[in-house]
Ligand binder design. Structure first.
Ligand SMILES: Nc1ncnc2c1ncn2[C@@H]1O[C@H](COP(=O)(O)OP(=O)(O)OP(=O)(O)O)[C@@H](O)[C@H]1O
Ligand SMILES: [Mg+2]
Length: 229
């Protein structure tokens, strides 16, 4: 914990140390918050590292806000420190979709898992309809909010550091492919479940045909690569 962060909030607890960022839980003006700090990487030239870190932070903040405007649930941003590369954001109480699927998959295609996965398909279609490409879609980058009401799952999207704005079917197809790879490796034997996600995406997408064409192409390229080794 450095002095800069400590000056903004009390009681930082490290919850994740990734390759690019440290994520803490803390309190910010009396609210539970998440502090995401990107740190310098020694193996990069300092000027390049600084530029990349700034770019990731800017992309993250921008995409979080663009999603909110498009009606996609994302954490509210409380404060951004571009110099210290820190984002303070709302903490979403709940669990990652990865844990939710893992903990509820004893029964194949259980109703609540199918319902959550269909919701993801809907969210991604809406995100792509708004030309937002996430860039790092995994089930760890989605949080299922704990809710007292019974009005269906609310899923929040997070971790937009690799996002971009693009209307190209290719970028959307690659986004789906990245998710497919992550989904099938995090959740073994879940091809049928992932198919439900794609079906739901199709029904909410404004322009799914070219996106799926690209998705298939990228899949084929991926398979060829795996075969060649
Ligand atoms: N707003 C939030 N509310 C609740 N939990 C969060 C929130 N943001 C992050 N988390 C938790 O912290 C974990 C890591 O956060 P995040 O995915 O943003 O960082 P990361 O994967 O290390 O980032 P990067 O890929 O940019 O290196 C998430 O999987 C989630 O469990
Ligand atoms: Mg992440």
């Amino acid at each position: 914990m450095d002095a800069k962060k400590a000056a903004y909030c009390d009681d930082l607890k490290l919850i994740k140390q990734g390759a690019e960022a440290k994520v803490y839980k803390a309190e910010f003006l009396g609210r539970n918050c998440i502090v995401k700090e990107r740190f310098p990487k020694k193996y990069r030239l300092p000027e390049i590292d600084e530029k990349l870190t700034k770019k990731r932070l800017t992309q993250e903040v921008r995409a979080l806000q663009r999603c909110r405007k498009a009606g996609i649930a994302t954490p509210a941003i409380y404060f951004t420190d571009l110099v210290g590369s820190v984002i303070f954001m709302e903490e979403i109480p709940g669990c990652t979709m990865k844990d939710f699927i893992t903990n509820n998959s004893h029964e194949k295609l259980s109703d609540k898992v199918v319902c959550a996965v269909e919701k993801i398909g809907e969210i991604l279609a809406k995100m792509h309809n708004a030309d937002i490409i996430h860039g790092d879609l995994t089930t760890s980058n989605m949080i299922l909010k704990t809710s007292e009401q019974n009005d269906g799952p609310i899923i929040y999207m997070i971790d937009f550091g690799l996002s971009q704005s693009s209307s190209l079917a290719e970028d959307k197809g690659v986004d789906l492919y990245v998710l497919e790879r992550a989904f099938l490796s995090s959740h073994p034997d879940s091809e049928d479940l992932f198919e439900k996600l794609l079906q739901s995406y199709k029904s909410f997408s404004k322009n799914c045909e070219p996106v799926f064409k690209k998705f298939e192409e990228v899949r084929m390229r991926g398979r060829k690569r795996t075969m060649i080794g």
